[in-house]
Design a protein around this ligand. Structure first.
Ligand SMILES: CSC[C@@H](O)[C@@H](O)C(=O)COP(=O)(O)O
Length: 345
């Protein structure tokens, strides 16, 4: 699927987004020509996943610059629109980073911004390929033997969550290409079923065996010895290696530690936030209560009960066996951290 389905594409006057809310039932695209529509698409997860948000944010600046010219906005109105894109979701650092990267081109017009945004997209695909190879090499070196592996993943860190190929699923694709995947346990992922709707769809398209399980099953599956390695993505990695990812990732990490199997985070360097010393500063998105209080429009809790709906959790660095980026593998729980890379220590 990664070669013929594009998650995000700039059409010259807008963005074409694969609508991730209607998969796997329908493969449909949204055409987004103004900032309001993009912010809405980001908030309701039509486009989602940290690297994909980075690309959408970068093209979002082109969209805002174009709209400003079309509708005669002054600079203040244009900048406010860009700020709305930048903050549409708080946890993935890539969104703000994608916007910031292309901002210096805004004065040269929408086309110049779009050229730089396309570079963000192309770099992401290249980076994911590298992550796949590095991650597969590390996992095979660590797990030993030559039997196919049972891999667990959480949420969707695949082609859909990126500009193509995927991070965690890029590693899985590479392992599969080497004949080393027995099966993938895809956690279904609350609240919007990114694992069962999206990860299982991608794996099936790629011919990679998988089963979907409830998020709550993951620790037990791991402790029963049914998993060799867990590989997940990330929305933000602090300088010390603390890792924010989809709610439920922490339970997977704790179970991996208890079972003595590797917990591997696969993410581009653009997901590393060196300005944050540790994970306590990660802004955790609170999603709308309705995602928990109702299912298919029908209430799931008694009247008057409220919901707590954090979309992400933070896994402490001591539980992260390895962080795979396009630049190499850091063995985080053994003391390698992104901050050490920066300082050269
Ligand atoms: C390569 S995507 C990494 C993460 O962004 C992914 O695992 C995740 O948690 C996505 O959350 P989502 O709420 O679907 O945007």
């Amino acid at each position: 699927m990664t070669t013929d389905v594009r998650t995000i594409e700039w059409t010259g006057d807008g963005l074409r987004l694969l609508d991730q809310t209607v998969l796997p039932g329908r493969v449909e695209y949204l055409t987004v020509r103004d900032v309001d529509a993009l912010v809405d698409a980001i908030r309701r997860l039509a486009v989602r996943g940290a690297p994909a948000l980075g690309v959408a944010g970068a093209f979002g600046v082109a969209l805002a610059v174009r709209q400003a010219a079309r509708e005669g906005w002054d600079d203040a109105r244009r900048d406010a629109a860009i700020a709305r894109v930048r903050t549409a979701r708080p946890t993935a650092v890539n969104l703000a980073a994608g916007v910031d990267r292309v901002l210096p081109f805004a004065a040269k017009g929408a086309d110049a911004v779009a050229v730089e945004a396309q570079a963000v997209l192309d770099e992401d695909v290249r980076g994911n390929r590298a992550i796949g190879v590095l991650g597969a090499d590390w996992i095979l070196g660590r797990t030993g033997g030559d039997r196919p592996l049972r891999v667990l993943t959480h949420c969707n860190a695949g082609a859909l969550a990126t500009a193509g190929w995927g991070t965690a699923l890029g590693v899985v694709r590479e392992l599969h290409g080497r004949g080393r995947v027995e099966t993938v346990y895809a956690d279904e992922t609350r609240p919007l079923l990114q694992g069962s709707r999206l990860t299982a769809w991608e794996l099936r398209q790629a011919g990679i065996p998988c089963v979907v399980q409830a998020d709550a099953a993951a620790p037990s599956t791991i402790l029963r010895g049914l998993v060799d390695v867990a590989v997940i993505g990330a929305d933000r990695v602090a300088a010390n290696g603390d890792t924010a990812n989809k709610i439920g990732s922490l339970g997977v990490a704790l179970a991996c530690r208890a079972a003595g199997i590797p917990f591997v985070v696969a993410a581009p360097w653009s997901t590393v936030d060196l300005a944050l010393p540790d994970g306590t500063g990660v802004p955790i998105e609170q999603r709308p209560a309705e995602e928990i209080l109702a299912w298919n429009g029908a209430p799931t809790v008694p009247d008057g009960v409220e919901a707590f709906n954090p979309a992400f959790d933070v896994t402490p660095a001591r539980l992260v066996t390895a962080l795979v980026t396009e630049t190499g593998v850091l063995e985080v729980s053994s003391g390698d951290t992104p901050g050490h890379v920066r300082s050269g220590a």
